[in-house]
Design a binder for this molecule. Sequence first.
Ligand code: K7E
Ligand code: CUA
Length: 765
Amino acid sequence: MKLFNKQTATLITAAGLGLAAVSSAWAAESLQDVMKARGLSQQDLMAAAKTYVPTGKRDDFIAFSSGGQSGQVIVYGIPSMRILKYIAVFTPEPWQGYGFDEESKAVLKQGQIDGKDITWGDTHHPAISETNGKYDGQFLFINDKANPRLAVIDLRDFETKQIVVNPIFKSEHGGAFVSPNTEYIIEAAQYASPLANKKFVPLERFNEEYRGGVTYWKFDRKEGRIDVKNSFSLELPPYSQDLSDFGKGPSDGWSFTNSFCTERYVGGIEKNRPPYEAGCSAKDTDYMHVINWKKAAELVAQGKAKKINGHNVIMMETSIKEGILYLVPEPKSPHGVDVSPDGTHMVVSGKLDTHVSVYSFDKIMAAVKAKKFEGADPYGIPVIAMKDALARQVQLGLGPLHTQYDSKKCVAYTSLYVDSQVAKWDYCEGKVLDKLSIHYNIGHLNTMQGDSMDPKGHYLVALNKLAIDRFNPVGPLHPQNHQLIDISGDKMQLLYDMPLPLGEPHYMVSIDAKLLKPGIRYKHGTNSRTDKPHPGAVRAGEEKTVRKGNKVEVFGTLIRSHITPETIEVNVGDEVTINLTNLERAEDETHGFTVSTYNVHASVEPGKTSSVKFKADKEGVYPYYCTEFCSALHLEMQGYLLVKPKGYKEVKVAAAKAVYTEDDYKKQVKKINDTQAVIDSVVGFITSHNYKDFPDVVSLVEDATDQLGRMKEAKTKHEEAAKAKDWQNATLWAEQVWQYQVKAADIGLRAKTYLEEHGAKKVGK
Ligand code: K7E
Ligand code: CUA
């Protein structure tokens, strides 16, 4: 092949040559040399081998970690611990256009509280949707503790689709956790407050008027959205409801929420009272709430709920009368309540106790059935005696917090915050199997799919609170430390430290990568935040600008390497909306869009339509451009917004002088012919193979055909101009033909490489 010019040459090199030099240099060193030079032990090497994912290969599991105060979700691969994405949830995220385009602003707006924007979140617990208690890879949910909200993320495109605000809480912690068929997503209050919260209530009225609760958000799987109207809550005492979990298998229909500060202590060092910490841990026990949520849902359907702030709330009185709410004592300041994969046991840790308590669902149900209670709490909720609910208690160490399960029967892992250890133990026999020190104070931990009915074992990630001296120092604020641990053998083995520089990730969930099937493009003209056709979408050739009064609406398109329209002319004071549809079909052909100084940005993936809106409040010249390096001519993907002053009169400007000659034109034509030869050879390769068996290649071929289709008009124009000896226009239109060719060749080469790498077969004519 002989083309050509710089761009195509670069494409061809990238497509396959130029690797030979690297591989020979690699072979000259021995493994021993590297170990010596880098001071690595055999064990280090083993750990590296267990985590290294070679170039081009993928991870076995995908982790969704809470991004803590960043209000985002971090997606990374296991075992490589490579970060793949930050999903924007409660906080604006410029790359994805989140909070900078109109579609995502509408999602963030759903999260307003009392009419105020809240542009951050304290995310704690992500949850993957389940079918029959097993992960189905369809949706992800995450809570915001600070401003009681819950978000829905669709795993078809990893985008946040909905934010709901809790109508009766002022904080929430025990969410998100899903019921075995994702009928409901649970959210439990943390810090009690008056439910209606319409008026001031003094702390002295805490016991009487402050309340906790749990909310069951109804999830409409078909719509992929929370059904706010059919959601409900249970009013609970002003204990600090903490974490929750849903029953499954035999315990399906029930949910469990632990609590602390059942002392109902309200602090007040200002009034010379002992501080919160002292008052909130004075008693030896707190309460686990045991709730029959299926029956609660029926009560709501029967109209037995009260409306508070327009939301269904089952009051304590009703819950007690109908027998859907019970309490079980749990050791001092508990944390975490984790239902075993078979649904038979609930494990609660005592932060200030060295034990974990394993409760038996059967025993609790037997006590409920026999109405065997040791008494009632101050609100009249029946209390089941600890001994009538406990299967066993196991001494694990200091500061147990959270528990996860292995694929091996009866094996659980519990984080020990104070000891900075992970304890592996048998919850059926009640014995410790192994302990591993980690760095440093561990909060949550996660085993692969370890909170579903189908745990996979293999790895455990310790989500550590403090990194202290583990990484290169970056100032007083340190990253968080996620440590990867091999749990496939009898002894746990520490494999890898990953610094996470994005808020304090409390909890993380992980899923077998095979269960995720995200799309690579949208149906033409989709609003990705509503999953519906975007009213601003147009097809190629339909682009237009519409003015109504002082409102200007642009209906444009994006395709390598062109923004249509190329100029937008408005008058100062106009309200401008720019809708852009990405016409590409090829995988990963995203275009970005911004207009200088108007604080707008959109990330427009293939098929998506996004819009940005602003007031053109100052006359002047504002370049707009594509922000994503999308092709060799990405920098040329540009245009101008021209904001004209009031009363501006068009002035005649002399046309630019011709600079191109007949010679230039002839050179262009030669270049076109040479390039066409390359395109023909690539097309020959593709069509002589079974490319139709590869949907990704079919998309690329469609894109290339698009580009070549656009060539015809430019070709006619350069030929006509040449006939008229207008060498200026002839040369420029010929250049445009070549531009289309280059783009088609770029796409064609990508298709060819794909076919070669995926073992496409030759087909007979
Ligand atoms: Cu233990 Cu919010 Cu789940 Cu933090 S919580 S660790
Ligand atoms: Cu499109 Cu850069």
